[in-house]
Every structure is written in C-alpha cells, then in structure tokens.
Design a protein around this ligand. Structure first.
Ligand code: SIN
Length: 540
C-alpha cells in the first residue's frame, strides 16, 4: 500500500448539490435553479450519463388512442403488482406535461406525416413510445436539458469530480465530499440538500448495456451514510444486447421487436410463443429468461434477433445508430440475423424513496435509477425510465427546497478536522478485483439464481472486502469499493427473497407467490460500520 495525506478544501457552498448529470439530475437542477444556487457534480464529463445511451424512447400517454389509466395499468402489470400505485400514478399523470415542456424547450421527437410517431414496445397495450432520430432518444433529450441548464445562471458545474461520500452532520445530509479527478484535491461541498441522481450499477455485472461509469456510486454512498436501500434484488436484464465474443455488449433496442423483429434460437426456430402469448412483446423479464432457457438448452452463448424482413430502407432510417454499430462489427442487420444475449440493464431497486424523492436520511433526495420509489415494482415497463427521470427529478427538486441549511462556514474547521485524512491508500490491483467481481455477479447473481449460488457469491465478496477497507481517493479505487458494496446488497437481498418475482428468479424457489410475496427487501448499513465520523456531531 502506498501512503500519503491530503488536506480538505472547503466549498464552494451551494444551496443544492445535484450528483449526476443524466435526465433526472439535469431536470432537478433546472427546477432548483429557480430557488437557489445549484452545483452539479459529475464524475468524468457531464455528457457521460447512462441516459445518453437510451435508444428506444420515452413512454408517455399522449397519443389519441392512449389514456393515462392504460399506461398506469401497464406499468403496474409489468412490475408484477409489486409497484407502488401512488408512484405509478404520479409518473403517468405528470409525464405528459413534462414531455410537452421538453418539446417546448426544443426536443425534436420523430414525426410521421406531421404527427408524433408512437412506437410499440413490450408489455404496452398501446403504441406509446416517443423517439428521436430513430434510436437516439436519450441523446436528444440530454442535448436539450444540457442546453437549458447552461442558460440558467444559478447552475454551476463540477465536472470530473468524484463524490466520495455524503456529508452527514447531526443526522442530516448537508453536503458531499469530492475528489478532483485531475488534481486529487479533496473538497467539502456544503449544501442545504443533496439530490442523488447517479443512476444504476450495471457495471457490477460482466455483461451490461450500461456505460463504464454505471458503478452504483450513489447506492454505495447513501448506504454508507445510513440511508435504507430497497428491492436491490430486482435487476432488469435487457433481453437483447449484441453478442460478440471480444467486445462489450451493445444495446439492441426493444423497439426492434416492437417493429416486428423476431427471436430465433440456434436452429433458426422462433421460440417466444412457447413462453408467452405476447411472444417477442412479452414483458422484459419473461423474454430475457426465455432467451436464457434457449441458450442453456442449446449450450449456446446467444440466440438471434432477426429484422431482415423489415426491409433495408426501413431499418437504416428507423435504427441508424444500431445499423451503423453492427456494421462496424461486420454484421449487416438488413441481411443477417444478429447474435444477441441478455445483459444487466436497469435497477428497479435503489435508495428507498417516497414519491417526492425523500429518503430515510433527511436532506438527501433521490430521483431516476438511483431511487427506489416503487414505480417499477419487480420489473420496469420498457421506456418508462426517461419519463421517471423527468417526473421524479422535478418532484425531488421541489422537496429539496423545503430544507434549511444545517451547517455554516463557522463550522468548517470543526467538520474538516473530523474527516478522514489519510493515510491515503491505493488498491493493489483495482482492475483485477473489478473484473473478478463482475464475473462473479454474472455467474452467481445473474438472471437465474439459487440459494447456493448466492451463498457462494457472498463468501467471495466477504473474502474481497478487506481489500477495500481504508481511505481510497482515486476514482478507480473508489468505484471498485462501491461496486463491492453494491454487490453485497444485491446478493443479500436476492438471498432474502425466497420466491421468484419479475426480474428476480430463484431456481430453488420458482413459484412467484409464496407467502408474503408482496414485501420489500430493505438493507441498511449497521451504525457501527457507517463511514460517518460526523454522524453524532451536534451543531449548536
Ligand atoms: C430499449 O430501447 O430497449 C431500452 C429502453 C429502456 O430500457 O426502456
């Protein structure tokens, strides 16, 4: 272990900190800028959010044939009735005006014959999914939100700053501790309230559609600060990501099946009707497990997605990003079947939240994938996540304004003197641990789990944990530490839930509804383990 020490800088002070720059974070920051000074903190660049990669679109009940009640029913049904009805109501009822607002700000959703084009996706009873530039919806929505945020004079950016931990004083979250990725300087950023919008943790799995930054930092730091995490066993595996032996998975939007794409097994046979009457458009958890079964039965690493019958011109116009990406991998999807397999995609669980983003830690609000407000239940309905970011980003922002400052600059010396200050440590081989963990989670805590596989995973995680005890200050080391903590939470929750529901499938408990199925797993860091030297500091 190499050792050195670094002092902390204090400030800049802000009214509100927003950690993360995806859809939820940007929308929250724009709302908050009407109420005070906002600091948006992002690791890496502000353009690297998970939302940026969203292809298929955003579900919203805006077409003439649609109705918010239908969207509500589809959301609850896809979530296997585990979802919270008040959260789902808020989503579908406030969604249309959030989208209209985004259109007014300049978002260009695709139109056909002058009218917005609503696409079909799995488990939707209506064509309901708006898209932009065919398959670049997240990119377009982020473009507009970034531009809007840029013009708000109350918003300041801290790009390339990694949030190490939340600052908790006297039981209130009142800021964050960050490390400048370029200089290594540590900074304490005080605020009235913090909004966590750090997204999910797909990178905990060897195969994921998520970009490299989805390492679950928000889950881990909220956990360390004592906030409750809920439903962590519910990890959505997207059925169709491009399978190439030597490249990371690439998302192949559900919209491809919505447009008529077909799934074929290694023998070329269609198989989905054998699993669900809605075939390729069954809910995601069902399609992903059906693919898994076919792969297991044929001892194959993938099945195929066939869109060749849709026609070359249509495919190139409707899925330009996917077409070009596959072509670079030497697959012409207008002529060839695409090798696909499931990949970790989205966390239904997360930091336990009410419908206004309030967590169990006063002063900490949460929105987007980092939150578990219960809207998705046990399985998220396709294309509900961008809408969730908008609706609950605004809701969390409104709640944040109700908090008053709990610390002031006169407390700075006292606070800083009690924070960890070296010796600074670095992991011997962060990359090796990261990769081993990802493989472990894929093999033992993936799409299909058993009590034995989960116990094996926990034993490995326990054996690795001593390596991440200490005061780490580089992004890479801190990410691995966070990933390991998140992996433990997922695995413990998955072991606790002795039934199969939605995205959580236990081979040893295949029945969906045993006794007390409609319960939620909750995990909270024991008080003695919280990395919160200030937890009991009283500010007078
Ligand atoms: C997709 O386009 O299939 C992904 C969108 C989503 O996860 O809802």
């Amino acid at each position: 272990m190499k050792k050195s020490t670094t002092p902390y800088l204090w400030g800049p002070e802000a009214d509100f900190l927003v950690i993360g720059s995806g859809i939820a974070g940007l929308r929250a920051a724009i709302e908050l800028s009407q109420h005070g000074h906002v600091l948006i903190i992002t690791k890496g660049s502000r353009r690297q959010s998970n939302s940026m990669y969203a292809q298929g679109g955003v579900a919203v009940a805006l077409s003439e044939e649609d109705d918010v009640n239908l969207h509500f029913e589809d959301t609850i049904k896809a979530g296997h009735q585990l979802g919270r009805e008040d959260a789902a109501r808020a989503l579908v009822e406030e969604g249309p005006s959030r989208i209209q607002e985004l259109i007014a700000w300049g978002t260009q959703f695709d139109k056909v014959d002058g009218k917005y084009a609503f696409a079909k996706e799995g488990a939707h009873s209506r064509d309901r999914v708006l898209r932009a530039q065919g398959d670049a919806t997240g990119h377009e929505m982020i473009r507009v939100l970034l531009e809007r945020a840029r013009t708000q004079k109350n918003i300041q950016w801290f790009d390339h700053h990694f949030t190490m931990d939340l600052l908790v004083v006297d039981g209130h979250c009142c800021g964050a501790i960050v490390v400048n990725e370029a200089t290594g300087h540590l900074q304490v950023l005080p605020a009235r309230a913090v909004i966590m919008t750090t997204g999910g943790a797909g990178q905990v799995y060897a195969r994921t559609t998520n970009p490299p930054n989805a390492t679950g930092d928000g889950f881990a730091m909220a956990y360390r600060a004592g906030a409750i995490l809920e439903d962590m066993e519910f990890v959505q595996f997207h059925p169709t990501s491009l399978y190439l032996q030597s490249s990371p998975p690439f998302l192949l939007s559900e919209a491809m099946r919505g447009e008529g794409g077909l799934l074929r097994n290694r023998k070329g046979e269609l198989f989905m009707l054998g699993y669900h009457p809605a075939a390729e458009l069954a809910p995601r958890d069902i399609v992903a497990r059906a693919i898994w079964s076919e792969m297991s039965a044929s001892r194959s690493r993938h099945v195929y997605l066939d869109v060749t019958h849709l026609g070359s011109a249509f495919i190139k116009k409707r899925f330009p990003t996917i077409y070009q990406t596959c072509l670079r991998a030497d697959i012409d999807i207008t002529e060839e079947w695409i090798p696909v397999s499931p990949s970790a995609h989205y966390f239904m669980g997360g930091i336990k939240a009410g419908i206004d983003g309030q967590t169990t830690l006063p002063g900490l609000l949460v929105a987007g994938e980092a939150a578990c407000n219960g809207v998705h239940g046990a399985n998220r309905l396709a294309s509900n996540s961008l809408l969730e970011g908008l609706v609950f980003g605004v809701r969390a922002a409104k709640s944040a304004t109700t908090f008053s400052p709990t610390i002031s600059p006169k407390d700075s010396q006292r606070i800083v003197s009690q924070l960890d200050s070296g010796p600074r440590q670095s992991l011997e081989d962060a990359e090796k641990l990261r990769n081993s963990l990802r493989r472990l989670m894929w093999a033992q805590v993936g799409l299909v789990r058993t009590g034995d596989s989960l116990i094996r995973a926990l034993a490995k995680i326990s054996a690795w944990e001593p390596q991440v005890e200490g005061f780490f200050q580089t992004r890479s080391d801190l990410e691995v530490k966070n990933m390991l903590q998140v992996a433990r939470c997922i695995t413990e929750a998955a072991l606790w839930r002795e039934n199969s529901l939605g995205a959580h499938y236990r081979e040893d408990f295949p029945g969906t509804k045993g006794s007390a199925w409609k319960v939620h797993s909750q995990i909270q860091c024991p008080e003695s383990d919280r990395r919160q030297p200030l937890q009991h500091l009283k500010i007078v």
